[in-house]
Ligand binder design. Structure first.
Ligand code: ATP
Length: 361
C-alpha cells in the first residue's frame, strides 16, 4: 500500500515553476530520496507533503487520507529540517517535549529510551545540548523526529550542517538506524552518495520535473535520459555525439575519428533509417584499456586527474570528442602520459543510446 501519494502536483512562485505535474508514490516502510540540483523543487515538494506549502494543482494523500487541505499538525508527519534548532535544555527534554501532547509520562520515558538506544545516545540523555558536538546534536534532532509516531518522516538535507567526515559517519549511522526502525522516509538531498547509499528508491528531479524514479541500480545503470545519466555517477556517464553511417545488421557509427559497428536490436532499424545523429553513452569505468574485449576505439591522452585509489583519464577521440575513463590505482595504465596514443574498447552491452534531444532510445 502506498503511504504517500502525490497526484499531479504543481506549484509556482510568481513566474518560477517550482514543481510541475509531479506524481510520486512512496510505499509503506520505504526510504525514498528526492535527489536533484539546487532549485529543482525538492524542498517545495517536501513542504507540500508536510502541509507547509499548498499546491496550485494536485492532491496529497498520506496513509490513504486526502490531506491536501489539512494543516501540518493534522497530517501525522515528522520533519527534520536542513537547519534544525534544538531547545536549550537536556537531550532527554529535547526528545520528550514534542511527545508531551499525546503521551503519558511513562509512555514518554519508554519512547525516549527506545529511540536513544537506536541512535546510541542513551549516555547523553541528561546532558545539556550546548555541550554536544555537532554530530551528537544532529543525532538528537533525528531522535526527536523519529520519537514521534508518524505516518511519514520527512528529512530535508539533514546532514547539511555537518563537516564532510561527520557527514559520512552520519550516513552510515542512518543506514544502521534504518534497519532497526521501520518507518516511511522521504529524504531530500542534492548529494547523490547519500541518496544512493540510503534509499530504496530515488526520485530524480530537475527544473521542477521528475526525471526518473527507480532503485539506485536502475537510475545508475539504466538512466531514462541524459540528465539522469550525467547527474548520477562521479563523474557522470560519457555522452559522445556520433554520426550514423549505416544501419543494417549493425549500427555503423562515426565516433570522433573512430568508426565502430554496434550490434543493435531490430526495433532500432527504422529509427536509424531516418535519424543520423545519436548520443552514445557509457560509464567511465566501462572504458577498457586494450582493444581485444569489445568495440575498439583509439584515442590520445589529454590529461589525468589523480584521485587516490583511482585516476580519471581524459581522452581525445578526435574531431572534438573526448571521454573520461577510470583506472584503478593498481593498473599499469596509471602510468599513461599526456599525448600517449591508447587503444581502448567498450563492451556493446555497456553502451546506451540516447536521442540528440537526450531521451534514452
Ligand atoms: P535547494 O537544494 O537549493 O534548497 P530545491 O531543489 O530544494 O533547492 P526549492 O527550494 O524547492 O528547490 O525551490 C524551487 C524553486 O522555487 C527555486 O527556483 C526557488 O527559488 C523557488 N522558490 C522556492 N520557495 C520559494 C518562495 N517561497 N518564494 C519564491 N520562490 C521560491
Amino acid at each position: 500500500m502506498e503511504q504517500v501519494y502525490l497526484e499531479n502536483i504543481s506549484k509556482s512562485f510568481g513566474k518560477t515553476v517550482a514543481v510541475k505535474d509531479l506524481t510520486l508514490k512512496v510505499m509503506k516502510g520505504e526510504f525514498v530520496a528526492i535527489l536533484g540540483p539546487s532549485g529543482c523543487g525538492k524542498t517545495t515538494t517536501l513542504r507540500i507533503i508536510a502541509g507547509l506549502e499548498k499546491p496550485d494543482k494536485g492532491r496529497v494523500f498520506i496513509a490513504g487520507r486526502d490531506v491536501t487541505n489539512l494543516p501540518p499538525g493534522k497530517r501525522r508527519i515528522a520533519m527534520v529540517f536542513q537547519f534544525y534548532a534544538l531547545y536549550p535544555t537536556t537531550v532527554y527534554e529535547n526528545i520528550a517535549l514534542p511527545l508531551k501532547r499525546h503521551m503519558s509520562k511513562a509512555e514518554i520515558k519508554k519512547r525516549v529510551k527506545e529511540v536513544a538506544e537506536i541512535l546510541e545516545i542513551s549516555h547523553l540523555l541528561n546532558v545539556h545540548v550546548n555541550k554536544l558536538t555537532i554530530f551528537e546534536k544532529q543525532k538528537v534532532a533525528l531522535a526527536r523526529a523519529i520519537a514521534k509516531e508518524a505516518d511519514v518522516y520527512l528529512l530535508d538535507e539533514p546532514l547539511t550542517l555537518l563537516d564532510p567526515v561527520s557527514r559520512i559517519k552520519m550516513r552510515h549511522e542512518f543506514k544502521r538506524i534504518q534497519k532497526e526502525f521501520t518507518g516511511t522516509f522521504i529524504y531530500v538531498t542534492h548529494d547523490q552518495f547519500e541518496a544512493m547509499s540510503l534509499a530504496d528508491r530515488i526520485a530524480i528531479m530537475n527544473a521542477g520535473v521528475l526525471q526518473q524514479e527507480g532503485t539506485p541500480e536502475e537510475v545508475y545503470f539504466s538512466p531514462k535520459n541524459t540528465f539522469v545519466a550525467t547527474f548520477v555517477g562521479e563523474p557522470g556517464m560519457n555522452l559522445v555525439e556520433a554520426t550514423v553511417l549505416d544501419c543494417n545488421d549493425f549500427l555503423k557509427l562515426k565516433l570522433g575519428d573512430n568508426i565502430i559497428s554496434l550490434p543493435i536490436e531490430t526495433r532500432y532499424k527504422e529509427y536509424f533509417s531516418k535519424v543520423r545523429e545519436v548520443l552514445i553513452g557509457f560509464r567511465p569505468e566501462h572504458v577498457i584499456f586494450g582493444s581485444n574485449t569489445g568495440l575498439p576505439l583509439k584515442g590520445r591522452i589529454l590529461f589525468k586527474e589523480f584521485l587516490g585509489y583511482r585516476s580519471l583519464i581524459h581522452i581525445d577521440l578526435g574531431s572534438e570528442r573526448s571521454i573520461i575513463a577510470v583506472v584503478n590505482k593498481l593498473s599499469q595504465f596509471m602510468k599513461l602520459n599526456k599525448d600517449d596514443i591508447v587503444e581502448l574498447s567498450i563492451r556493446p552491452d555497456n553502451i546506451l543510446l540516447f536521442s540528440k534531444e537526450g531521451v534514452r532510445l
